[in-house]
Design a protein around this ligand. Sequence first.
Ligand code: HEC
Length: 160
Amino acid sequence: MKFAIVLMAFGLSLVACGGSSSSSDKGGNPYSSGENSASGNASYDPHRGEGPWNADNVKVGSTLDVALAEQGHKIQEVKCASCHKLTEEKLVGPGWKGVTSRHKPEWIMNFISNPDPMITKDPAMQAQLELCLVRMPNQNLSGDEPRQILEFMRQNDGVK
Ligand code: HEC
């Protein structure tokens, strides 16, 4: 699929604000300074993030849970669409296209449940903050909402 190849080739530059492990980071690639604990991040796991979710308690199927994704879509329209597009294009925050390959499910659920500590501790989020200039506010998600949004993000990234 040509489209997909183009996306892969240009994805990182398009999501300037949402860059993942972008190597074009002029202020020093945060991923190359893993041993730098100057900011007291020694115990922070950039793959899991910080919060209640981990690889054991987040179960993700190989196919889409349609009902879950529909719920997630509804929340997205109300709470997230003002800042995030579903494409790779930046609005206030990074576009969501590809977010499920940039981050692990547990990272996404931890981040959207409580972005604040991760924006402070995650090297990738710090780099993003410099580009976005806005901290993502806590959206007060509760119950199953983080999981529903994750499923909708998977749908948006092509899981069927
Ligand atoms: C007021 C604007 C705003 C709203 C509303 C908002 N976000 Fe964000 N979001 C941001 C910004 C800005 C970032 C970039 C990280 C940072 O610097 O805070 C971000 C980052 C993210 C990321 C990380 C993306 C990546 O590629 O690394 C995810 C996931 C995310 N938001 C999910 C959500 C969800 C889910 C909602 C709705 C429940 C939401 N956001 C609502 C502004 C917003």
